[in-house]
Design a binder for this molecule. Structure first.
Ligand SMILES: Nc1ncnc2c1ncn2[C@@H]1O[C@H](COP(=O)(O)OP(=O)(O)OP(=O)(O)O)[C@@H](O)[C@H]1O
Ligand SMILES: [Mg+2]
Length: 291
């Protein structure tokens, strides 16, 4: 009898939970994206945006389809470095179309949505999380080989959201400068990344020595070897070192990306090497294994 009662129970189909529906939407959006790489650091001002922008262009030069998502809501700087500030995002029936940068790099940044330069972004964590989720669910990237994410400094809500919500995240590249403080701070952010399930793909040491364009000589200003030491300590690949070079700061300030302005320079070659190490790493499938 009890079996009969059970069979008469009306079958109730519950609507999907909001987080499941969202995950599904992100999954659908990301379907055409092969690899996702975050560029992060525990420290601010170490060159994340410069490296995210120029690495994206290096991958573009190799013929890959690339998108750059700037999720630094308080200090969006990738559009400035790429010389595409002032572009507006267009909403279509397919979704929000990214802005178009040099070499047809696709770029999404809050900077395109701010009305003027004086508008501060006074957002607490939950609002930033929902803006980031909107970037993930509403942007129509089209097919991409790589989506590079320019992260804000520190171990933020944004990093947790990126780790939890992006199904195809290969992992993160960590940027350090050559200082003892950096070993501590960047080391902690690598441990944080591992804790939240984000695989560290490698370390880049930026501003590692001063290159004087006048004399052509290189000076060790801040110290040396921090990147290699971090890589060794945490058992992750060392991807390369980029010198402190006034032409880099200048190129970023004028919005003429360094790797395009100085295609034959040693720094551009470092970017080529970093890109090929990442490609090799992804080809070997390392990034797809568990922690
Ligand atoms: N190797 C370098 N040589 C000279 N200047 C550099 C170098 N790398 C970065 N810069 C300059 O240092 C400043 C900080 O760089 P960038 O904005 O890329 O750092 P960030 O880590 O993204 O900062 P934030 O934490 O604020 O997002 C910029 O003015 C940039 O032009
Ligand atoms: Mg930045």
């Amino acid at each position: 009898m009890s079996g009969e009662g059970e069979s008469r129970k009306p079958s109730v189909r519950l609507p999907p939970r909001p987080q499941d529906a969202r995950k599904q939407k992100v999954l659908e959006r990301m379907q055409g994206i092969k690899h996702v790489i975050a560029v992060m650091s525990g420290k601010g001002g170490v060159g994340k945006s410069f490296i995210a922008s120029n690495l994206s262009l290096t991958l573009r030069k190799l013929g890959f389809e690339v998108g750059l998502m700037d999720v630094d809501f308080h200090g969006p700087s990738a559009p400035k470095m790429l010389g595409i500030r002032g572009q507006r995002l267009i909403a279509t029936s397919e979704g929000i179309l990214p802005a178009v940068g040099p070499l047809d790099l696709k770029v999404i940044s809050l900077d395109f949505l701010l009305p003027d330069d004086d508008t501060p972004v006074i957002w607490r964590g939950p609002i930033k999380t929902s803006a980031l989720l909107q970037f993930l669910t509403d942007v129509y990237w089209g097919p991409l080989d790589f989506l590079v994410i320019d992260m804000p400094p520190g171990t933020s809500d944004e990093a947790i959201t990126v780790a939890q919500e992006i199904p195809k995240l290969d992992g993160a590249i960590f940027i350090t400068i050559p200082s003892e403080v950096s070993i501590l701070v960047v080391g902690r952010s690598i441990a944080f990344a591992r804790r939240i399930g984000m695989k560290p793909l490698g370390v880049i040491e930026n501003m590692s020595s001063f290159y004087c364009p006048d004399s052509g000589k290189t000076y060790k200003v801040l110290g040396t070897g921090t990147g290699r030491r971090i890589a060794e300590k945490y058992g992750i690949p060392f991807l390369g070192e980029i010198p402190l070079d006034p032409r880099i700061a200048e190129a970023n300030d004028e919005g003429t990306p360094y790797v395009l302005k100085y295609p034959d320079s040693p720094v551009t070659k470092v970017f080529d090497e970093i890109a090929s190490k990442i490609l090799e790493y992804l080809k070997e499938g390392n990034a797809l294994e568990g922690q």
